[in-house]
Design a protein around this ligand. Sequence first.
Ligand code: NAP
Length: 317
Amino acid sequence: MPEPAAILQMGPIGPHLDQQLGQRGKVLRLWEAADRDAALDGAAAGVRVVVTSVRLGCPAPLIERLPRLRAICSWGVGYETIDVAAAKARGIAVSNTPDVLDDCVADLAWGLLIAAARRTAAGDRYVKDGQWRAIGQFPLTTRVSGKRLGILGLGRIGEAIARRGAGFAMDVRYHNRRERPGVPYGYESSLVQLARWADFLVVACEGGASTRHLVSQAVIDALGAKGILVNIARGTVVDQEAMVRALAEGRLGGAGLDVLEKEPAVPPELLSMDQVVLMPHVGSATRETRRAMEQLVLDNVDSFLAGRGLLTPVHVG
Ligand code: NAP
């Protein structure tokens, strides 16, 4: 009898992780199986660890199929595609990869903020298309430094975004469900109030059902014609239809978006808007950070297999 797989890997995650995981025990690489159902049936009784990502997920029916499962180690900080409640009910621990990606996601948030305010993507096209020579002066844009920065979700990434605000002499306030003691930023218990106050509203809270369309029509209206919305969290947090309408009608000043509601689908109206800057969901996608995320998944697997529990467990509820 061949040794049963102790680890189930749902899909390819990154070269470092994909290559190193096999040194931790026998791995069922599910995406390589000709018949995934049969492969799962064959390995189910032996699997103790699932290695997955926020994109690949780990739904309740899969958890139910794995009677000896004890840990789910996920790549990425969001975990809305993993049924954490079903795992918790079975005493299965879940880990993600927090902290190591904060700086890169915060950097991109600022890149989008500056690009939307100063229209750097449009300016780049202007120069490359020969319009600078043909038309001359590029239209005036919006000042960044010294403005008001509102953050929806002052967690790990939100705080890294807020810290960078000091370098731009910005006044920073935030909205969470709970006020955070000991942070040097003003708290707004109402998101609409925060949006009314802010010049820039950056979305950095978690995704999933609990935050769906938190940035509603009312929040967008409060941000207003001079306001700029930046989203590096999840597309679902913003009422995208309301946002597109407000941008098209000039009721929202601009947007910098790393994430969209039904990505990779892009609302066609956004494609021709110079006041909108788009990125293809790449907040953490630098070589350095992706490597660190892969290593943190491996460190979690190692710690679990050595009987020391997960290093970065997800805490919910
Ligand atoms: P975190 O430390 O858990 O912070 C999340 C923050 O959101 C907390 O401060 C939380 O405060 C707040 N929040 C949650 N639900 C809320 C609600 N209903 N209303 C208001 N505030 C709420 O998470 P993180 O590590 O900073 O990551 C944040 C998110 O960024 C992730 O969940 C992920 O979706 C996204 N992300 C995107 C990329 C990318 O590539 N673009 C990369 C990494 C992460 P309270 O609990 O007090 O409400």
